[in-house]
Design a protein around this ligand. Sequence first.
Ligand code: ZN
Length: 135
Amino acid sequence: MIVEHIGIAVKDLTTAIKTYEKLLGRAPSKIEQVEGEGVATAFFEMANGTKIELLAPLRPDSAIARFLEKHGEGIHHIAFGVEALPPHIDRLSQTGFQVLYNPPRPGADGKMVTFIHPRDTHGVLVEFCADRAEE
Ligand code: ZN
């Protein structure tokens, strides 16, 4: 398992991309809309493969729009990368975590994703993701 990426909720993707380009001294490696989640994303890849994922809402009824209303901009989730999701979904469900997407759903960056509710993880929304081809 690796820390695959850290998700940051932003109001405006274009503005946030400019900020993170300046901050990290590099352009985003990928910009992508995930219609199903109502989110526009940009990824900045670090030397070790960990990414920073900027997330901006595409619609006012999206989860990311609701997060921004409640909390404002900031860290939204931490994503752990695994080889395959089903064994981890089983393990997490059996040990009392509320797994939000079971079965997992398509996410950004060619991944299948699920989330663990922050009430089970001391206040942090946790994503588990795996490459879609390996599902
Ligand atoms: Zn993510």
